[in-house]
Design a binder for this molecule. Structure first.
Ligand SMILES: C[S@@+](CC[C@H](N)C(=O)[O-])C[C@H]1O[C@@H](n2cnc3c(N)ncnc32)[C@H](O)[C@@H]1O
Length: 223
C-alpha cells in the first residue's frame, strides 16, 4: 500500500516505475555485454544513450521523501535531476497535501537539461493534476539554479554524481536551518561522492547513510 493515497497518481507512478525498471534491466544487460576490449562510451555517446532513460528513484525512496516532506511541512523543495518527473510527482504531491492540511503555498523547483525529458515530465505533471506545484527549470542546473528564492526546506539529489557537489554548493546558501538533503546511492558510490561528503562536512551538515538499496544519504543542515 502506498503512502500517497491518490489512486490516479499511483496508477501513473506504477506505469512509470515499471518502464524505468525495464530500462534498468536492459542497461545492466548492455553493460554486461561490453567486454574490456570495447572502448568506453564518450561523454557525448553516454548522454545520447541516457536520453530516453527514466532512471527513476526507487518507489520506497520516493515514498520516504514524500513522508519527510509531509513531516517537515516542506513548502519549497529543490529537486536535482527531474528526468521524466517520477520523483517530482511524489514531491509535488507532498506540497499539495501540505497545502491542503495547512493552507498557504509551496513549490517544487525541478531541473532537467534534456528537452525531450522535460516535455515528458510536463505531460506527466498535467496528467497527475500537479503542474501548479512545479517550477521545472530547463537547461544546465549550473545556470538554472543561479536564482532561488529561499528558504529551501528540502532538497533531493538524484543526478549524475559529478554534478552533486556543484548543485549542493548552489543551493546550500538558500537552505533554511535544519533543512533536509537526500542523495541517492551514496553507499554504492561512496568514493565517487567523496567531494560531496567533503562539502557536507565543511558546511556543518549532520549526515547518515540509510539502508535503502545502494544507500540513501539523509543530511540535515546544522545551523
Ligand atoms: C537520475 S535522473 C533523475 C531521475 C528523477 N529524479 C526521477 O526519479 O525520475 C538524473 C537526470 O538529471 C539530468 N541531468 C544530468 N545532468 C544535468 C545538468 N547538468 N543539468 C540538468 N539536468 C541534468 C539527466 O538528464 C537525468 O534525466
Amino acid at each position: 500500500m502506498s503512502v500517497i493515497g491518490d489512486p490516479r497518481l499511483e496508477t501513473l507512478l506504477a506505469g512509470l516505475h515499471a518502464r524505468s525498471d525495464a530500462q534498468a534491466a536492459a542497461m545492466r544487460a548492455f553493460d554486461a555485454d561490453r567486454t574490456d576490449e570495447v572502448q568506453p562510451l564518450s561523454p557525448k555517446e553516454a548522454r545520447a544513450f541516457l536520453r530516453d532513460k527514466l532512471v527513476a528513484l526507487d518507489p520506497d525512496k520516493a515514498e520516504f521523501c514524500y513522508q519527510l516532506c509531509r513531516a517537515s511541512n516542506a513548502r519549497r523543495i529543490v529537486e536535482i535531476g527531474t528526468s521524466f518527473g517520477v520523483s517530482t510527482l511524489y514531491l509535488a504531491a507532498a506540497i499539495r497535501d501540505n497545502i491542503r492540511a495547512g493552507g498557504g503555498s509551496g513549490v517544487v523547483i525541478g531541473t532537467e537539461y534534456e528537452p525531450n525529458k522535460a516535455a515528458a515530465a510536463r505531460a506527466h505533471f498535467e496528467q497527475a493534476g500537479l503542474s501548479q506545484f512545479i517550477d521545472l527549470r530547463e537547461g544546465d542546473l549550473r545556470q538554472t539554479l543561479k536564482e532561488i528564492d529561499g528558504p529551501v526546506d528540502f532538497m533531493l539529489m538524484d543526478i549524475w554524481i559529478t554534478m552533486a557537489r556543484p548543485a549542493l554548493e548552489l543551493v546550500t546558501p538558500h537552505l533554511r536551518p535544519g533543512a533536509i538533503v537526500i542523495a541517492d546511492n551514496t553507499r554504492q558510490y561512496r568514493n565517487e561522492y567523496s567531494d560531496y561528503f567533503a562539502f557536507l562536512e565543511a558546511q556543518g551538515f549532520r549526515t547518515m547513510t540509510l539502508p535503502f538499496d545502494g544507500g540513501l544519504e539523509l543530511s540535515v543542515l546544522d545551523r
